[in-house]
Design a protein around this ligand. Structure first.
Ligand SMILES: [Zn+2]
Ligand SMILES: [Zn+2]
Length: 278
């Protein structure tokens, strides 16, 4: 982990970078798709991303936005596109107006309202699709979809010679399909799993803030978070091949969290669960 490079995680052939601790900072970037989910306080490793998706406007997830906008501008990089829940648009514009006053400089802004069920083109075959989450302030989760190409099934038995002959004849042998690469929850109650898109992503980055009896399930729900007990119960409905647990409260040591996972997650489920950061 460094301020310039962030903290990397390689999973399922993808590289992720970021950090997440409840109440402190949460931001996870996917370099291949040029997207950053939440921005934490704003750090140098985040400046290269051209798209930003904010799950909600709590400070540990979103306060770094003015810093990133000013760094982008100073480094003469293109203005980032920032997706956020609609209700955050006006407050963020007003906040930036005050920063313009303080900095005596007017930054270019491209803030866009994100809505569950819609789809936004990020370029290079990637799409962003918000899904509903349930927190104490208006919030959204996001799925990252990659458009991929594959050979149509009717050609699966053809030889390479036949295929190249058909291609020369102009026959369309390929079809496009969407791969649901990743979902990122931000802060939410467990009910986000109602979204089939979130449950079925190849990689699911989900918050589990509270882990033991020091905070009850009722506490977690009251504050719009997930308790480990709820996660365990919901685990069979999650179809993702990789589940990354983020946003643990800093009251737990990594050792405690790892012990918890080993003791309570059924053995056949252990390999698909990753704790991040460790
Ligand atoms: Zn949070
Ligand atoms: Zn929050």
């Amino acid at each position: 982990m460094s301020l310039e490079r962030g903290f990397s995680l390689n999973l399922a052939g993808h590289r992720f970078v970021g950090y997440s601790l409840a109440g402190i900072t949460t931001s996870i970037g996917v370099p291949e798709a040029q997207i950053l989910f939440d921005v934490g306080q704003g750090l140098p490793w985040q400046v290269g991303f051209s798209n930003i998706a904010l799950t909600h406007a709590h400070m540990d997830h979103a306060s770094g936005l003015p810093y990133l906008i000013s760094q982008k501008s100073m480094q003469r990089r293109p203005t980032p596109v920032v997706y956020m829940p609609e209700s955050a648009l006006d407050p963020f514009h007003r906040m930036m107006k005050i920063w313009h006053e303080i900095d005596q400089f007017e930054y270019e802004l491209d803030f866009r309202a994100a809505k569950a069920g819609e789809s936004y083109d990020l370029g290079q075959g990637y799409k962003l699709q918000p899904f509903p989450t349930f927190h104490r302030v208006p919030s959204l989760g996001y799925s990252l979809i990659k458009q991929r190409k594959r050979l149509k099934s009717e050609w699966s038995q053809a030889t390479p010679q036949e295929l190249s002959q058909k291609r020369r004849e102009g026959v369309e042998l390929d079809e496009y399909y969407d791969e649901n690469l990743l979902s990122f929850t931000g802060d939410t109650r467990i009910e986000f799993l109602q979204s089939s898109m979130a449950r079925s992503s190849k990689c699911l980055f989900m918050e589990v803030t509270y882990w033991d009896e020091r905070k009850s399930v009722a506490n977690a729900r009251e504050w719009g978070h997930i308790h480990f007990d709820e996660f365990l119960k919901a685990l069979p409905q999650i179809e993702s091949s990789h589940i990354v647990l983020i946003h643990a409260s800093s009251r737990y040591t990594t050792r405690e969290l790892m012990d918890h996972l080993r003791a309570r997650v059924p053995e056949h489920e252990q390999t698909r669960i990753t704790l991040w950061p460790r």
